[in-house]
Ligand binder design. Structure first.
Ligand SMILES: [Zn+2]
Length: 326
């Protein structure tokens, strides 16, 4: 935590929810620290940086955690019945093909292309990525209980955020959208106060998750929705910051190969290294151009969040003063 512990407004910057995506978020966090972000911080604002919320995935170049759980699908009520994803069930073999057989990989893709031709791109994307709770070794598995990282985020929230009047939570991801473009994905309805604040702070960069223009789509059990629910007394502006890397097919292929490697192995060391290095590249393109764009937008988005929190704070103060004097 940076800044005065008593500051009523908090900007939370979270990296590594999806392990391997943490290289990007960590870059922004360390860059801001090196740049002396605290030197210009208003007195009533503090910053909480969560570095590598899913440290296992980050360390092992996996998107998921130590339980093969996609942490950004894990924040649901695990006491009740888990959501069903019948479309995923029907496509299970195609979404999780044997990566050690080229023929099976290509047949699986053909199956997905056919599905896309029949049902449409968006419907297929939702089926694959929305989250599933019945295939523990499959992609996008949301788990059947709260993971360590889930409990850790709750602990951080209780310890560092619960007393705050205003919280801006930015969860940094990569792998969706155009190369080097940072989209702020809003998982709250456009008529909500949270969405209106986001639009005021970040303008056209904010896109509702279920809008066809968004690189994302509706998901179950995300960090951004859960942080808002964890802090019922605070004004929460909670958003996913997603940086595009390579095309969605390349990303899905890299995920499929890595998931197969993790659960089944059976490939040479050279092939395994290739699969891991591909996984790294699709979530963290090793080019100066991509890193420059990420860093510029990371600074801009962080700066606007701090300004937005400051404005909300001074508006609340003047309303209180007007109320006191009337
Ligand atoms: Zn992600």
């Amino acid at each position: 935590m940076l800044g005065a512990a008593s500051a009523p407004s908090v900007l939370v910057l979270c990296s590594g929810t999806h392990g391997v995506e943490g290289f990007c978020g960590s870059g922004i966090q360390t860059g801001l620290l090196r740049d002396g972000i605290t030197d210009h911080l208003p007195d009533d604002i503090r910053i909480v940086m969560i570095h590598a919320l899913n440290p296992y995935g980050f360390s092992h170049v996996r998107r998921v955690n130590e339980d093969n759980v996609d942490l950004n699908r894990n924040f649901i009520d695990h006491n009740g019945a888990h959501p069903q994803n019948r479309a995923y069930d029907a496509l299970y073999e195609a979404i999780n093909p044997r990566a050690d057989s080229r023929l099976r990989r290509e047949l699986a893709f053909l199956r997905l292309f056919l599905e896309r031709a029949i049902k449409g791109k968006r419907t297929l994307k939702v089926a694959i990525t929305e989250g599933q709770y019945t295939h523990p070794t499959g992609l996008f598995f949301g788990g059947t209980s709260e993971t360590w990282s889930n409990r850790t985020l709750r602990t951080i929230s209780d310890r560092f955020l619960a007393a705050a009047k205003r919280v801006a939570f930015v969860d940094i991801h990569t792998g969706l959208g155009p190369f080097g473009h940072g989209e702020l994905i809003c998982r709250f309805p456009p008529e909500s106060a949270a969405y209106k604040r986001m639009a005021a702070w970040w303008a056209e960069r904010v896109i509702p998750a279920d809008d066809s223009k968004s690189a994302s789509n509706s998901l179950t059990g995300t960090t951004t929705i859960s942080v808002s629910a964890m802090l019922p007394e605070s004004e929460v502006t909670s958003v996913t910051l997603e940086f595009g890397t390579v095309g969605p097919i390349s990303v899905l292929r890299a995920m499929q190969a890595e998931n197969w490697l993790y659960h089944h192995g059976g490939v040479s060391e050279a092939k395994a290294n290739l699969i891991k290095s591909r996984m790294h590249q699709v979530y963290y393109p090793d080019t100066d151009e991509w890193k420059r764009r990420v860093w510029e937008q990371g600074q801009l988005i962080t700066g606007r969040a701090i300004e937005g929190l400051a404005n909300e704070g001074s508006q609340a103060q003047s309303m209180q003063m007007a109320g006191d004097s009337s």
